[in-house]
Design a protein around this ligand. Sequence first.
Ligand SMILES: Cc1cc2nc3c(=O)[nH]c(=O)nc-3n(C[C@H](O)[C@H](O)[C@H](O)COP(=O)(O)O)c2cc1C
Ligand SMILES: [Mn+2]
Length: 466
Amino acid sequence: MKDMRDFIALCEKEGLLKRIGAEVDWNLELSTIAKLNEEKSGPALLFENVKGYDTPVITSALTTTERLSLIMGMPIKSTLVDLMRKWVEKGEKKIPPRWVDQAPCKENIITGDAIDLYKFPVPKFYPMDGGRFFGTAHFIISKDPDTGWVNLGTYRSQLLDKNHMGVQFIKGKHADLMLKKYAARKEAMPVASIVGCDPLLFLVGAARLSAFESEYDFAGAVRGEGIEVIKGETVDLPIPAHAEIVVEGEVDPNAFMDEGPFGEYTGYYSGVGTDPRNFIKVNCITHRNNPIFWGTTVGKAVTDTHMTMALTYGATLWQQLVAMRIPGLKAVYCPPEGSGRFLAIISIKQMYPGHADQVLTAAISTEMGAYGLKTVIVVDEDIDPWDIPRVMYALSFRFQPNRSQVIKRGRSTPLDPSLPINAREITGRLLLDATIPYEWKEKPIPITLDPDVVKQVQSRWAEFGL
Ligand SMILES: Cc1cc2nc3c(=O)[nH]c(=O)nc-3n(C[C@H](O)[C@H](O)[C@H](O)COP(=O)(O)O)c2cc1C
Ligand SMILES: [Mn+2]
């Protein structure tokens, strides 16, 4: 899969995409249809007739595990955990991007006064949002001025006027780290915002890969070949050759415009209103002929974004636990209902006393878990962490509060609505041990059926009229 068009074709072949020919307004109507559709785990939607525009808009691309499987090149009936496991395994062998000289993303090049972001059918998602959001299912490419490390990160981008887009680089995110370096050099940071591409690139942009690691190399690893890139027109950055729309520009570290609010994936607004934020001054737009715009709804779980994060954040946590060389890890699951980040369930084969405790404290010490993860549950290997009824069983019959811990302080996300709206830097954490202690000499005695009697009863099953 090279681009959005391949993805659309594949979805259509599998009956997982619906084209909408009826006229739909970019102003709240399109997002409302997408949101209601996603709440029912509906198909990907291709809006072909957006009021006042020729450009179609795709939404709900990632709402189901089936479509995530297509993107990951996995059998369509895979589970989220299957996809996470593949992510962890494939990610080991990084493949750098491959440079090309010609690319479809250069079919149209717009500079100077002709630049106009309103040329695209940018949706307004929720009534209380501060405006139209150009960048939802997009990512921003930036480069470390010291080391040349190229980062892809999804940071929402609000359309502010025809050549300015707000950006929200939360403190400590990779684009924020890079922007601080440009600030020290008294330079603006060159960036490119990409809308519409191989959906895997968006997934890696939304994943919490470690610092100094390029999301491009990771995407190449999953694809098994380097992602094709071409140099930007006005920025020295690798641009996905098959991107639909590329917005090139620069971020002045010391300039701010009013941005937000935006309905977040927690189902709430993250602040109390508009905030001054950095922005992109757009210097060039390139796009394919007949480009396709891509948007994603956030808001109340479970939607597109939650499924994205359950995969990408969950897989990142798993990867980072593997990197810590913790033995006995069976599976990691971060439910989409918790947007893949607030709650994690980990199953292990216990190998020594204190193993479960080690896993619990390790999870909140990973880069992923140290930021926002609030509740970690560890279960034995016979419990699949995605099998919530079995997790409830373990929490009822194996869990013991005296073997669990409350951690008073840890790094939080400003998005967590369980904290006061103006004090979201620090969170508590809860570590729940729902395993049978390894060191117990006498373990609870499980009740089993006699296998011979089971066989005998099964052979007579029809006789009982059941
Ligand atoms: C739809 C969507 C919107 C997001 N918006 C933001 C945002 O505005 N700011 C932010 O810092 N992270 C945002 N994130 C989370 C980041 O994409 C994620 O933390 C990613 O790891 C950032 O890239 P980085 O690790 O290279 O910094 C968003 C994620 C998604 C899926
Ligand atoms: Mn990164």
